[in-house]
Ligand binder design. Sequence first.
Ligand code: F0G
Length: 432
Amino acid sequence: MASVLTCMDCGQQYPLDSVIFACGVCGGLLDVTHDLEALRTTVTRDLFDRRLGTLDAPYNSGVWRYKELINPDVDPSLVVSRPEGNTNVYATPRLADWAGVDTLFLKHEGENPTGSFKDRGMTGGVTQARALGMKRVACASTGNTSASLAAYAAFAGMEGIVLFQNKNIAVGKLSQAIAYGATCIAIAADFDRNLELVRELAAAFDIYVLNSVNPFRLEGQKSIMIEMLQQLRWNVPDWVVCPGGNLGNSAAFGKALYELYTLGLVNRMPRLAIIQAEGANPLYRSYQTGFEVYEPVHAHTIATAIKIGNPVSYPKAVRALRWTNGVVAEVSDQEIMEAKALIDRQGIGCEPASGCSLAGVRKLVDAGIIQRGDTVVGILTGHLLKDPDATIAYHRDALAGIHAVEPNRIFDAEPTLESLGAILSPSTLTHV
Ligand code: F0G
C-alpha cells in the first residue's frame, strides 16, 4: 500500500495527490500515513547511517536522508531542497547546571538555510506543491514560516504569498520574506485570523496552503526527531523539550517518535515537554483540565514567533502528549528572555521563542517532573539574528516589564587609547 492522507478523527482516507487541508467528511486534521508494515523491512538504522556524509541529493539533506519516512513515493528529482537539516546538537554543561540536570543537549534548528526549523517542513510542503503542479503557495505567519516559504517558493520558481500581522513581526524575518521576492501582505489582524484567511484564499483561488495544516509540512518536521536520535547514536533521551505555538512541531515530534517506535528503530520514546509563553498558553490551560476544556486565548508575548492564541494542530499535539506521556508547562516573558540571554552567552544564540526550551527545563526540574539524572534534549527553533531588536532592547534593559539580568551594555569611548584604557580593565591591558 502506498502512503495516503488519513483523517485523524474519522479515519477517512484520500489519495496523496488530493489538494485538501481538512477531512471532507468531518473537517478533522489530516495525516500523511505510511504503510509501516511494508516499511519495516526497508527502514533500518543502518540504511540511515549509510547515507550520512553522502554528497548526493536529496539524501544529503537532513530531511530527505529519511525519505522513506517523509514522502516515500515522491520522485527524488522533484524534491526542492536547499538542503536543510544536518543541524548540530550541542552538549551544554553550564546550561545543564543552571537548569538543574546532569545532561542537557541543545539541537539548534536555527542552523537551517533560512534560520529556523520551518525549512524542514517547507521542503516537504514545496516538494508536494511541485509534485501537484501548483504555481502559487501561501501561508499566514508570525515570521519564520513566511521567510522559509518565500525562500523555497523562489528556489522552486513558484509565487510565494505571505500574510502577516501589521505589527509584531521580527525584522529579520520580514526582511527575508521581502528579499526572497514573496508577495508580502500586512494585515490588521493577528496570526489566528490570518490563518483563517489563507484557508479561505486557497478555497477561492488556485493557491496551495503551506501552513502546518498541510500535513506534508509536518512530515518534513518529523526529521528533527529522527536526526536527533541518529546523532545520539539512537540512544533515546528521557525528555525532548520544545516551544509550542501553532503546535505543528509538537505534532510532528509525536508522529515521528510513534513511527520510529512502531518500526523498532527505538525501543522506547522520550517524554515530550511542550513549553508555552504565559500570554499564549491555550494548550497549557487545556492540559490543566486533562484536555477536557479547550479555549483559544488572545495572545501576547515578547516571543512573537509563538504569539498564537488558537493553535491549529492542537488535536495532534494532544495526541503526541498521549503517545509520549508528555507534559506541558508555561514560562513568563522574563524567564524566556533570561534563558535566551544565557543560551546567547554560550556563543550558541537563539531567538526569543527558543528560550522556552531552556526556561521550561528549569521549571520542570523545579516542579520535580524532570529529574536531575534525566537526559534532556532542548530544541532551539530559530536563529539569534531573526529578532535583533529584542536582543538589543534586552541588553539596554529597555523591554517593558522585563528586567535584564547581567546585561552586556555597549560602552561609549573617545577615539583615544586613554579612553579605551579607562574602559578595559588594567589586568586585560597588561596581557597585551
Ligand atoms: N519557535 C519559532 C522560532 C517559531 O517560529 C515557531 C512558530 C515556534 C517556535 C512554534 O512552533 O508553531 O510548530 O508550535 N512559528 C510559526 C511561524 C507559527 O509562522 O513562523 P509551532
